[in-house]
Design a protein around this ligand. Structure first.
Ligand code: AVJ
Length: 324
């Protein structure tokens, strides 16, 4: 008797974990979905489009600061360093540094979006043939391993551009900074892009652009969850919104349900009411003093600050606090 083989598609253990994380967020009030879900390949491309938007001043301003002060930054990084980038994405800003740092020991881009990470690493390998590039696919908020060869570098420098630190709540931001402080030890440095507080109207436009690219980016998080975890969010029944929360000094990205709906995920059914908000991202905006204070709590001192003339954005160097 012949038997038709049964194909069992056992979910990867990681996927169970992710499903539980998403469900936990959806049980909160207001409901939350981690910003990690923005960054599948589609989302990473949408983010690159956001960076081109006239309203989204962040990337443009940071690039200008990087270009203008690249020599000083390269000097501050020093010879034979290991450059470790958190959330490397397209590594576009990194190229400005790489062009000035011809004696880097190695470049270690870390990103959660695997395909994008390896594609970018391939492009960099072509353009910087002498550079040792070791991509690490990881969520940097969780424990991860770094390649052992970074130990041979003169010092370790963590690069974290894009003001992505602003996406973390205060405690989590401090933990990320502490992770960096552990990686760099006493001798290393952190080079970090930090968006600064400004007119809320400028901020609101930056996160709710006229062309609707940010809206697509926000909605794509639901598509990603649908595809990756087999959920059934009705993406068309959500609307994008960006709110400025003054007392938290942050922009919040929300998805608002246009009708009552049920979403199935794992074994569970989640009810979402018409008008109910799902918070997908917080983007904190710092004052220079406020950020220095946060860094200080992770045993880091601000040793350099580069800004644009209007002080819209900053690139800052942090080093281990001096032992008193
Ligand atoms: C990549 C986290 C810096 O917070 O401005 C862009 C992501 N969200 N538009 C930001 C984002 C909406 C971006 N970061």
């Amino acid at each position: 008797m012949s038997k038709t083989p049964t194909v069992v598609r056992a979910p990867a253990p990681a996927s169970d974990r992710l499903t539980l994380d998403v469900l936990e967020g959806l049980r909160k009030s207001p409901k939350q979905l981690s910003a990690v879900w923005f960054y599948d390949e589609e989302g990473s491309c949408l983010f690159d489009s956001i960076c081109e938007l006239p309203e989204y001043y962040l990337t443009r301003t940071e690039l200008r600061i990087m270009r203008e002060h690249a020599d000083e930054m390269a000097d501050a990084i020093g010879a034979h360093a290991a450059l470790i980038e958190f959330g490397s994405g397209s590594s576009e800003k990194t190229r400005i540094l790489l062009d000035k740092l011809d004696d880097l020991a190695c470049y270690v881009p870390i990103d959660i979006s695997r395909d994008y990470l390896f594609e970018t690493a391939g492009l960099l390998a072509r353009d910087y043939p002498a550079l040792r590039i070791t991509p690490v696919c990881a969520d940097f908020t969780q424990p991860f391993d770094l390649p052992v060869h970074i130990a041979a570098a003169h010092r370790r420098v963590v690069y974290f551009p894009g003001s992505t630190l602003g996406n973390f709540e205060e405690d989590a931001a401090q933990r990320v900074l502490t992770t960096m402080r552990t990686i760099i030890g006493r001798k290393g440095a952190v080079l970090i892009g930090i968006d600064l507080r400004k007119d809320p109207n400028v901020l609101k436009r930056a996160y709710n652009d006229a062309a609707g690219v940010t809206a697509e980016f926000n909605l794509n998080a639901l598509r990603h969850v649908n595809r990756e975890l087999g959920a059934d969010f009705d993406v068309d029944a959500f609307e994008h919104s960006a709110l400025w929360i003054e007392n938290q000094s942050r922009i919040e990205m929300h998805l608002i349900s246009k009708r009552d709906q049920e979403v199935h995920l794992g074994e569970e059914t989640v009810r979402i009411k018409r008008g109910e908000h799902l918070r997908t991202e917080c983007c904190h905006k710092y004052t220079l003093e406020g950020f220095a204070e946060l860094a200080s709590r992770a045993d880091l001192a601000v040793t350099r600050v580069w800004t644009d003339p209007e002080q819209k954005f900053s690139v800052q160097m942090l080093e281990a606090k001096k032992i008193q």
